[in-house]
Design a protein around this ligand. Sequence first.
Ligand code: ATP
Length: 313
Amino acid sequence: QARLLMPLMALMRVALDLQTSKALFARIFEYLDMVPAIQDAPDAITVAEAPGPIGRVEFEDVVFRYPDAAADARPTLDGVSFVAEHGQHVAFVGPSGAGKTTVLYLAPRLYEASEGRVLFAGADVKTLTQESIVDHIGIVSQETYLFHATIGENLRYAKPDATDAELEAACAAANIHHIIAGFEHGYDTVVGERGYRLSGGEKQRIAIARVLLKDPPVLLLDEATSALDTVSERVVQEALEAAASGRTTLSIAHRLSTVIGADMIHVVDAGRIVESGTHADLLARGGLYAELAAEQMAAARIEGMDAAMPAPL
Ligand code: ATP
C-alpha cells in the first residue's frame, strides 16, 4: 500500500503545483481508476462561506498517523498546535523526518488529522470543499512539475486568461523573465519531458511566477534542499520574498537566510513543536534551534561562504 500511496502523493503535489482545481483532481483519479481518499462532506461549504479571515491557518492539537503506518507506531504528528494569521510568515524547521512536510500536507487537507482539528479561514477543513481550499493555496515545492508544453502554457495553468503582459510581469517579479526572454522562442519554448530542460532553480522560479499569477491568500513553501550556487540562491530568495509578501506563508525552511525574517519559527522534532519564537528569541533560548543555527554557520564558514549555505537547518 505504501508503494501505491507514493505515486498518489506525487500526483497530489503535482495537482497542487498546477494551482488547478477539481477538474484536474477528477481526471487524475479517473486515470488511476481510484476514488480519492478524501471526499467532501455532503453539506461541505466553500472557504468564502467560512467564518474566519481568509488566510488564517490553525492547527489545534493535531495528531496524525499515515494510513499505512504500523498500528503501534508513534504518530507522525503528535499534538501540533499553531496559528498563522493572515499575512504572516510561519516557518517550520527541524531534523529530517520530524514531520514538517506532513504539516504542509494537512493544511490543504491532502490528508486529514487523526485527532484534533486543522482550520482554514476559521472552519475545520473537514467541513470545507477541497476544491475551494486548493483554490486559495499556492505551492512552491522542490518538485515543480512542468508539462510538455510551452512556458506560456505552463504558466497559464495558474491563470488561463492571463495576458502576455501579466505573464511577463509575474516572471519579472520571479526573476525569470530575463532568462525566458533570452530563449530563441521566448515564452513559446517547449519545456518538460523531451523539451528544454530548465534547471532546478529555474523551475522553482516558474513555480513562483505561477503563484504570483494565481495570487492565492496562502502559500505553502517547501524550500529546496539542493545546493544552489550563491548567486542563484540570492535570486531565488528574492523571488520567494516577492511571492510571500501579503500572503500567509507556511514554509519548510532549510536555510537561516529564509527564517531570519519569519514572524514565527516552530522547531519540529519527532512530531512535536519543541520550541517557538522569532530567530532572535530562539537563539537567546540556546536550545535545538540555536544548535542547528550554530551548525549551519560553522558549515558556512568551512565552505568560506556567507550564512546562506544550504546546510540542513
Ligand atoms: P525532511 O526534512 O527529511 O523532508 P520532514 O520533517 O518533512 O523531513 P516528513 O516528510 O513530514 O518529515 O515525515 C515525517 C515522518 O513520516 C517520517 O518518519 C516519514 O518516514 C513518515 N512518512 C512520510 N510520508 C509517509 C507516508 N506516505 N506513509 C507513511 N509514513 C510516511
